[in-house]
Design a binder for this molecule. Sequence first.
Ligand code: AMP
Ligand code: MG
Length: 390
Amino acid sequence: MITVEDARALLFGLVDRLPAETVSLSQAAGRILAQDVAAKRDQPPFAASSMDGYAVKSSEVELHAMFKVVGEAAAGRRYSGQVGAGQAVRIFTGAPVPDGADFVVIQEDTERRDDLITITDMPGDKTNIRPKGVDFKSGTTISAPRRIRPEDVALMAAMNIPEVPVARKPIVALISTGDELVMPGDTPGPDQIIASNTFGLKALLEDVGAEVRILPIARDTVASLETAFDLATGADLVVTIGGASVGDYDLVADVSANLGMERSFYKIRMRPGKPLMAGRLGKAAMVGLPGNPVSAMVCGYLFLVPMVRRMVGLAEALTPFQTAKLVAPLGQNGPREHYMRAILDNDGIRACDDQDSSLLSVLAQANALLVRQPNDPARPAGDEVLYLQI
Ligand code: AMP
Ligand code: MG
């Protein structure tokens, strides 16, 4: 059995960074930027007014000063003349500031009669002008890799970047195994349960940028499992769920070996999730997850998410552990690393009462995995512990 850390290193060895592809800007949100992109223009492309008012010379701004309004500058339509001494141009937000002017008196500080304005409230020092290129200049870059957020999309749009280089989405095939499983919405027989892991894992992995295919449930026969593996052809990562242990119906190890899986490791010294296997199956990486729902999800967080992040080129593939103070004592840990379902709030962190690896309701209440080292001694409230946010 190997440690979680060693397992992660070996899993990273099974996946490579995927090549980039180009998508239109409107499809880019949530994807991982694969190459730096550069602004194709300055923003604003000219000195622009930030207010509605009058463009004048700053040297002439004083209380009761009068100006003759000689023209108008609106957003999208500049005033092409010069602003001379004693002159003002009516200006609106977003309009280019005309030559000769270097100050915008806001309209609230003026009174207008016909084409004459008077400054009735002394303006402060603020010019109300956005300098050319103050937001970004032509050539300003957005650096890769990064997950493209809505604000990045807005920025790229403003930069006039209509097509975006992003990492290809890793294709993950999920195979649930077991005679007892039916799909949500189906009618289970008296001895059957609903396949839950595939759906939880799909949501988890799509959230970090994978394209996930849920394959038909494989029955506990060699032929059914072989068919499922066949259907997984073309995936970058093939994940089986269940059937990975040592029971009579745990066929994943044998069937995958017969199909040529080069095993990287089998079994991790951890709770939950000990019977995890991984290796290379043709061009794909393969991970065999334990079937217990909590084990499968915890292994998803610890192993599959980092693999997906690695494939999309995120340098920080591993989400760092954080620390929190215990609000309730913990008993001594056993010989395996333990990822305990836990609840983190402003007071600190507390392990959930029942750590059975089949209890999805407990996992759904948890928002953290509290990490215990092998043989970690009993800990009083107030001790600092490591956790992974989920
Ligand atoms: P196994 O590893 O196949 O022995 O499965 C361990 C436990 O997890 C059994 O109780 C299975 O019924 C359950 N299980 C396996 N796969 C799934 C799944 N996809 N969804 C929900 N439970 C599962
Ligand atoms: Mg099974």
